[in-house]
Design a protein around this ligand. Sequence first.
Ligand code: HEC
Length: 721
Amino acid sequence: MRRLSSIAIAAGLSMAALSALSWAATAPAKPAAKASPSAVRPVTIGALDGAAIANADRHPGDWLSHGRDYQEQRFSPLTQINAANVGRLGLAWHADLGSTRGLEGTPLVVGGVIYNVQPWNIVKAFDARTGKQLWSYDPKVPEGTARNGCCDIVTRGLAAWKGKIYVATLDGRLIALDAKTGKPSWTVNTFDDGQKALLTITGAPRVFDGKVVIGNAGGESAARGYITAYDAATGKQSWRFYIVPGDPALKEAPNQATADKVARPTWNGEFWKSGGGGNDWDTIIYDPKLKLVYIGTGNAAPWAPQFRSTMPGDDNLFNSSIVALHVEDGSYAWHYQEIPNEQWDFDATAPLMLADLKIDGKVRQTIMHAPKNGFFYVLDRATGKLISAKDYIPQNWADGIDLETGRPRIRKEMLLTEKPILVIPNAAHNWQSMAFNPQTGLVYFPVNETGRIIALKPDFQLKIGGLSQTGESLVGYPDLRKQLAEENRKHQNYFLIAWDPVKQKEAWRVPYKRGGSGGVLTTAGNLVFQGTSDATLAAYDARTGKKLWESPVQQSPIAAPISYSLGGVQYIAINAGFGGGLAHDNVNASEPGLNLYDYGRLLVFKLDGKAKLPEFKFMRAALEPPPRIPHSNGDVREGFDVYNANCAVCHGADARGGVKDLRRMSSQTHKDFFDIVLRGKRAANGMPNFGDKLSQRDAEMIQKYLVARIEDDWVELKAGN
Ligand code: HEC
């Protein structure tokens, strides 16, 4: 493992040049830093349009879109709460959300109302000053849909425009709600008929140019990714852009023509049968001046390249790329592929962010990206040309990025084979929000520095329909796997990073004991806010990283904080609820005192807030020994495979934790096991019925595997009791 040499192009830039950073094409004439709560001009929800979002700094008291403005810098110009007084921050109010699943949503604030979204895409509106609930809307997502997702029933946000709130549901509906009443005004199905069982939506819709735009997830299910734009007023489809080419027998829409010319030659064989992937399941961003939409595309489907395209080394466009589209018709403008022939689940779906940065004396219109693969990319957002790229943590898959071609120098020994390798990083930075502070010139985001042991399944067969179409092998080479796991444990660091995108250099970091800390907000009060895996909300000095305030919140918030202002009072709001599929992999679920299963809350803070957070009554079920069920090694192997393909996304890798720790089942639950798994006994509680997919034998083998896991972990389980 080695740290690669710097290829920063702007090293040596003076502090003066830094502070002269031009930061926003839409910056107000007055510096945003001077905005005081009394200058705040709230927008009414009826008047909220694209111009208001593009000029979000004129409405600093609101939080009008997912990343606050079109640049998605998540920088609040409010200064009432600042580095000098943040120590006085206290709870103003909280709302119990009645959900035990991961809360990943960023709320919106428009005209004194806070709009929030929680698991199962339930939308709630609250009076932003008092916390009084105004309405709640439940789109009634069928529980079975949860099976189609890679990472639980999470949801990341909403969009708002001209009196409407837009929510996209796990089962593929895009719904426009009346912002006053929460009643649906129109609904469209965004899923291709043939891909219904392969796709889910967990991302936030965005609104621009009078269109509401949404992508989907499915790269682990042999899907073909796409994003769609709808008329925001009527729901009529404006355009759809497919990220990878499809079956040549199908007639493509005219807006695909250029993309097709560029992408199709980079695929060979009957590639469309594996879907191809590329699903943009999170980030969509817009530049209103250039009229370009930017998307970050997903990993290829399946992961293993030889199962999706027959020519070794095919680039497979537009997987793992940033693609720019013309907003009018969704046609291709340019692309930058971060990883050609991607094969390690390094998608490019982490949040994209726009900023105008002074680089080598010239103001550049940039797009910034810090995806899973460990590199921080700065691109020219008008042309797609790579300006700089630098690894923000140690990584071992590339010897740097060639700035001429933009291509990574991939290390041959890191290409996938049946023999396991340790790829570093794993998901260094995922969907968690990042923030840019124009006053410090720094970008802030959470980093998980770990690796992943990965190998190809020797007998992999592509089966359309169902998760785990990755081709990843989880067994074989036991000694080598043990050795790699040992090596991996030596390099695990978790921290909040402050990154200088001009110098391509770390400015400071705040280490954490364990992974899973949340997204980030920065403010003109020289602050960075983050929910931490220590079950707190913390505030840091944006220049130095010094901790200035921290409050226990009984949960580890993974979502992004936001800030708003009402009646002269500035607030900080955050959803607090740990979870989200494999998020649990970062923690030891049996660590004493770690509350992972409690009800999520929306928390709102202000200076001198005096409200008290009621203690959770956390009841951990008594530990019971597993039933005596005979299990051979072959049974356990078989159960392990079925478990990984169907259960691990919610119950965690190795059955350690997840939404409910299956190592802690009661003897009654063991008796009910087949009713729960095959007959939907707990479907109402969010445990999907697998009766139409798994056989009695499958369920028996899973139970045997679980019994073996309990026996293996018995000492650890008792210790954590
Ligand atoms: C989409 C998420 C999801 C998936 C996938 C999933 N489960 Fe669950 N499961 C849950 C939730 C949520 C609960 C908690 C339900 C409750 O509290 O009653 C649960 C509970 C259970 C329970 C009861 C545990 C207890 O101690 O009460 C069993 C048994 C179970 N799941 C087995 C499985 C098996 C086996 C699979 C794979 C075939 C699976 N689950 C896949 C979400 C999921």
